[in-house]
Design a protein. Structure first.
Length: 68
């Protein structure tokens, strides 16, 4: 039997995560970093850097086992 998440707890956690993300984006250090990238026209380089980091952090997909 599959487990189901409680709706109240899931909603509370997701709202906490959303609030954390918003506060991270609004932090002074991140805003300074964004302005630095914009002023020095480093958008392409920053995009490559972020995509490389995300690929590194992304969990590897599991291979499907074939039934014999």
């Amino acid at each position: 039997m599959a487990r189901t998440a409680k709706k109240g707890k899931t909603k509370k956690v997701s709202s906490e995560v959303a609030a954390a993300i918003k506060s991270f984006k609004a932090s002074e250090e991140v805003e300074t970093f964004y302005s630095y990238i914009h002023e020095n026209k480093l958008r392409a380089e920053a995009s490559m850097l972020i995509s490389t980091v995300l690929q590194t952090l992304k969990p590897a997909k599991r291979k499907r086992k074939t039934l014999q």
